[in-house]
Write a protein that binds this ligand. Structure first.
Ligand code: PPE
Length: 305
């Protein structure tokens, strides 16, 4: 259950949690054309709170909306300020923030002439997405029977609501089969991404991640590439196969919700020695320090409340 807070931002105003409702004929509810973001706020070592990579998340929200031809009736500055304000108003020190841009009610049908574009921003406390144990020990993953969206079926650069039907199908299948997370392949059979995470593998010191074509351009993925490069590693953005993953020394997922979660097993085959390897652990350590303001070189990723 979501831990309720006092207020939600809707169309420019703060409303009480219980009043943040929409009509059953809301267009996005029926057809899935809406875009959203997932952002985290962390409490830093010095007691302040910061929103991690706020600018990049707001930019991606606007790009997603642009791809979906949804004209957000607020500026980037207004949305950024509302994101900071929703945390202050609810006195949240650490939270997951969910802005969503959707089409309201009033018209129905696939073609709507006058889109009523609405925006809401909610925030609530959300712990480790794949479990604290997953972060520590790594998770068990299953290659999905569902293929990741092809670039010309759904636009992968847009974080579109409807694209998540594919993710939900894959994740349910994996959980029901006794695994922690699904890994989807692209339409050519190469490794794509998790239901809500990008993936990295390490083999003989070489780090690879899926090229951006069939995956969401993850902001955590981008942070991790930067961290690895600053550690003197090169990251190849290159397609790889599932058996390359089976035989990798290390593998891990990245995402705002999932943060950095090591993968210890894929399709009942252990990855490396079956526990998080040195590269995964190092990146995890630096990432968790960075989000808490303890890595000065990455302080420009932080927007303090
Ligand atoms: N791929 C997908 C499909 C995805 O949904 C996410 C984020 C990522 C990669 C990683 O992107 P980024 O957060 O920018 O590093 N998934 C969001 C939603 C999770 C959910 O269950 O809802 C998230 O992590 O917030």
């Amino acid at each position: 259950m979501i831990q309720q807070v006092e207020k939600i931002w809707m169309d420019g105003k703060f409303v009480n949690w219980k009043d943040a409702n929409i009509h059953v004929l809301t267009h996005t509810l029926h057809y899935g054309l809406g875009v959203f973001e997932g952002i985290r706020c962390y409490k830093c070592a010095d007691g302040r709170s910061e929103v991690f990579r706020l600018k990049e998340h707001v930019d991606r929200l606007f790009e997603s909306a642009h791809i979906c031809q949804m004209d957000i009736p607020f500026s980037r500055e207004e949305i950024s300020e509302a994101i900071l304000e929703i945390l202050r108003v609810n006195k949240l020190e650490e939270a997951y923030i969910r802005p969503i841009v959707f089409i309201g009610d009033g018209e129905m049908g696939i073609y709507v002439k006058n889109y009523d574009i609405r925006v809401a921003i909610a925030a609530w406390a959300w712990g480790a997405y794949l479990g604290d144990e997953g972060i520590q020990r790594g998770i068990r993953v299953k290659v999905s029977s569902f293929t990741r969206q092809h670039v010309n079926i759904s636009m992968t650069k847009s974080k579109t609501c409807g694209s998540y039907v594919n993710s939900i199908m894959a994740k349910r299948e994996a959980i029901l089969a006794g695994y922690d997370e699904a890994l989807l392949l692209d339409n050519e059979g190469y490794v794509s991404e998790g239901s809500g995470e990008n993936i990295f593998i390490v083999k003989n010191g070489v780090v690879k991640t899926t090229p951006r074509s069939s995956v969401l351009s993850g902001i955590t993925r981008d942070s991790v590439i930067q961290i690895l490069e600053d550690q003197g590693k090169t990251v190849k953005e290159e397609s790889f196969t599932r058996d390359e993953l089976y035989t990798a020394d290390e593998a891990f997922f990245t995402g705002t919700a999932a943060e950095i979660t090591p993968i210890r097993e894929v399709d009942d085959r252990s990855v490396g020695n079956g526990s998080p390897g040195p590269v995964s652990k190092k990146v995890q350590e630096i990432y968790f320090r960075a989000v808490k303001g303890e890595e000065p070189r990455y302080n420009d990723w932080l927007s303090y409340l």
